[in-house]
Design a protein around this ligand. Structure first.
Ligand code: C5P
Length: 237
């Protein structure tokens, strides 16, 4: 499956900016190399579907990362709003009835389940009286989401390998926390970071990359370095 994804769709650039104009500048700067962009809560609140439609009308793909989480009927109605707009991927969060409702409403958009937020750690699990590890919970939820008909999951680069090996080739695995230099002190707030090559080599289908590209002096240079890693890693899997 993964080898059939074009190189310019492997990296999904996270447009984590305040104004639609800033997002458009990033797209214009990067579109010669990247044709996939993530719109999250911040940008969506600033421009509703305007930026999404603008990106789609330029011929690019959009991942709408709003992590729908509500009662099943409300999530179903929200997914219906995303159908038929050219959005390629949307994120949902939740338990079985919520995921079932989202899957029922899905039209042309593919659904990605957010398993456990990366900000949720072992101590949070203990505080809620849960005894399993975060890793086990991530894997359990990913398996469940797939059984219920989700198209893929969002997963940290460190968990990708197990998911790919145990859940098969069909699943989309979208991995954030990508850096050119994977040493922890090279980073910012991202703790579980991997390189583009490591994530693809471990079985990720797509990578979400924000600041390493959007804050770079030369974004195209960073994209080219990451795409070189992707080519090498994809050739070896
Ligand atoms: O700038 P950076 O590359 O760290 O951006 C990562 C993007 O991936 C952000 O938009 C963030 O919301 C998203 N993300 C994440 N961890 C997750 C899910 C999404 O960092 N578990």
């Amino acid at each position: 499956m993964s080898s059939s994804i074009p190189l310019n769709e492997r990296i999904i650039i996270a447009l984590d900016v305040e104004h639609p104009e800033q997002a458009k500048e990033i797209v214009k700067k990067c579109e010669s190399h990247v044709g996939f962009y993530k719109v999250g809560l911040q940008l969506f609140m600033a421009s509703w579907f305007e930026t999404v439609d603008w990106i789609v009308n330029r011929g690019h793909k959009v991942m709408l990362d709003l992590k729908f989480f509500d009662i099943p009927e409300t999530v179903k109605l929200a997914v219906e709003q995303v159908n038929n707009r050219g959005v390629s991927l949307a994120t949902i969060h939740g338990n079985d009835p919520i995921i079932r409702a989202a899957v029922t409403a899905r039209g042309d958009v593919k659904l990605l389940a957010v398993t456990v937020l990366t900000s949720f750690g072992e101590e949070d699990m203990r505080a809620m009286g849960m005894t399993q590890s975060v890793e086990d919970l991530v894997f359990f939820r990913a398996k469940r989401a797939m059984e219920l008909g989700c198209d893929g999951v969002v997963s940290s680069g460190l968990e990708v390998e197990k998911m790919r090996n145990k859940l098969g080739e069909k699943l989309l695995i979208v991995t954030p926390g990508i850096r050119l230099d994977p040493t922890p002190d090279s980073g910012d707030d991202q703790k579980r970071i991997v390189t583009a090559g490591m994530a693809i080599g471990n079985g990720a289908s797509h990578l979400v990359v924000g600041r390493p590209i959007t804050k770079a002096k030369d974004p195209i240079k960073v994209i080219e370095l990451m795409q070189q890693e992707i080519i090498s890693a994809a050739g070896s899997v």
